[in-house]
Design a protein around this ligand. Structure first.
Ligand code: SAH
Length: 189
């Protein structure tokens, strides 16, 4: 069966993340991506995770503790647009993932926004390792969602093909605006 965009994001992460790698969860949310990547990067790797809501940090921390993986991730209660202040320029990011939108069952007015999402994408691409992947899963059914989706699509379409391969994965005959996935892969130097 064809994978949902969310499931496919994990397939794309699993294909490349290896023990020792550095990964970024730009939108911690319910913590599933941080947990998933913390398993893949092993004891020698690390995950840097961001969210602006304390609830997201708490849920993620609980998940990591249950799995005995809390030493593999740093959780930041701050926006992903600050990534440039946390990770030095020479940090080789092997994978980064965004879930755009609002946190399910939470405050629907706290959403990711085009300007800050773009800043974070810029900062991550500056650090993306060869064959590294920046993955975005865009939910856009909410107010403001289409603007963000448009920004991400335009951004992706403009990336030079000499440096990046960009994939777009979406179901085109489904109701209820299923999420759309974008994956930017840096080509081998
Ligand atoms: N809509 C998705 C989940 C999106 S969660 C789904 O249904 O599965 C998006 C997360 O991004 C939320 O937890 C929200 O708090 C967080 N967020 C919003 N702005 C942010 C920012 N500037 N930096 C980091 N996280 C942010």
């Amino acid at each position: 069966m064809l994978q949902t965009a969310l499931h496919y994001s994990h397939t794309l992460l699993k294909e490349i993340l290896q023990p020792g790698d550095i990964a970024v969860d730009a939108t911690m949310g319910n913590g599933f991506d941080t947990l998933f990547m913390a398993e893949l990067v092993g004891k020698t790797g690390h995950v840097y995770s961001f969210d602006v809501q304390e609830q997201a940090l708490n849920t993620t921390q609980e998940k990591l503790l249950e799995a005995d993986l809390s030493t593999r991730a740093h959780l930041y209660l701050q926006g992903h647009e600050t990534i440039g202040m946390i990770l030095p320029r020479e940090t080789p990011i092997k994978a980064a993932v965004f879930n755009l939108g609002y946190l399910p069952k939470s405050d629907k007015s706290i959403i990711t926004l085009p300007t800050t999402t773009k800043i974070a994408m810029d900062e991550i691409l500056l650090r993306l390792a060869p064959r590294g992947r920046l993955i975005l899963v865009a939910y856009y059914g909410h107010v403001g969602g289409v603007e963000e989706l448009t920004m991400v699509r335009d951004y992706c379409e403009r990336l030079p093909q000499e440096q990046f391969s960009v994939l777009n994965y979406q179901f085109i005959n489904q109701k209820n605006q299923p999420p759309i996935l974008f994956c930017i892969e840096r080509k081998k130097n």
